[in-house]
Design a binder for this molecule. Structure first.
Ligand code: C2E
Ligand code: MG
Ligand code: MG
Ligand code: MG
Length: 264
């Protein structure tokens, strides 16, 4: 676990490190129990068609309901990913999301899938089983994947297989981090989600606002040239919604149209 350096005692630094590690272990144990004790819940946020502002689907977003309060996925998904716990959690998410389509009659549900999940050799067979078991039309399901997980060429056949099953895939958080044109132009995905970091400046009385809009216009134009409709994330004002519609974003998502919340 940790090899003590020869001659070195227990330094203050090492003590801090050990404390951090035991905190992580505690949190991981708690997260493990959360899955068994039904402390995880899916919230759903609407996605609207830009032209009409009609709801066309929902993104499923995970929450951990602890006795002490609601924990954001930003605070536990990374731990779940590094520990591998995201695999059983992701399977739970998939079943819940598909079930919501069935029982709540959602038109479309979008599910976030981590890199580690799609790396499981039985990812597609599990997906196929969940779909068959529920009986929903696979066209009602969208898998949101990020570039970091998809850029390995070996994922292209997997994406094709998912597409053949009838399930849509979306490239999530486009423009955040290591985005490349290669991702947009070479991956067999059907939707491009433009990261909130672009939307945030649009329609504001700040120096970068006009440029942010032009960048989004460029992304949308290019995406459309490759036959990909776009979803703008993080839309909070009507000014943003109108400008994004004007530059050709097909779909919009953000607090303006609804925050993530339980379905009932
Ligand atoms: P994401 O997939 O990019 O999801 C969008 C995030 O933006 C959500 O944060 C959503 O609540 C937030 N958001 C939506 N509209 C607005 C807005 O108008 N303003 C602002 N400020 N924020 C907005 P959330 O729910 O905290 O999720 C964070 C990230 O956690 C997600 O980013 C996704 O990467 C990950 N995540 C969530 N649920 C799951 C899951 O079931 N599985 C996996 N693997 N990851 C998940
Ligand atoms: Mg997402
Ligand atoms: Mg996103
Ligand atoms: Mg994002």
């Amino acid at each position: 676990y940790r090899v003590k350096r020869a001659g070195g005692g227990h330094t203050a630094f090492q003590h801090q490190e050990d404390q951090r590690t035991s905190l992580q272990v505690e949190r991981l144990t708690a997260l493990h129990r959360a899955l068994e004790r039904d402390e995880l819940q899916l919230y759903f946020q609407p996605v609207v068609f830009a032209e009409s502002r009609a709801v066309v689907g929902h993104e499923a977003l995970l929450r951990w309901l602890r006795p002490s309060g609601i924990v954001s996925p930003l605070d536990f998904v990374p731990l779940a990913e590094s520990s591998g716990l995201i695999v059983p959690i992701g399977r739970w998410v998939m079943r819940q999301a598909v079930n919501a389509v069935k029982t709540r009659r959602l038109q479309l549900v979008s599910v976030n899938v981590s890199a580690l999940e799609i790396r499981q050799p039985d990812f597609t067979s599990h997906l196929r089983w969940v779909l068959e078991d529920s009986g929903i039309d696979p066209k009602r399901l969208v898998l949101e994947l990020t570039e970091s997980s998809l850029l390995e060429p070996r994922f292209a056949p997997l994406l094709h297989e998912v597409h053949k099953m009838g399930v849509w895939t979306a490239l999530d958080d486009f423009g955040n981090g290591y985005s490349s044109l290669t991702a947009m132009t070479s991956l067999p995905v059907q939707v491009l989600k433009i990261d909130r970091s672009f939307t945030i400046d649009i329609g504001k009385d700040i120096p970068g606002a006009a440029r942010a809009l032009e960048v989004v216009r460029g992304i949308v134009t290019l995406a459309n040239a490759y036959g990909l409709p776009t979803v703008a994330e993080g839309v909070e004002t009507t000014e943003q919604a109108d400008l994004l519609t004007e530059v050709g974003c097909a779909y919009l998502q953000g607090y303006l149209f609804g925050r993530p919340k339980p379905l009932f």
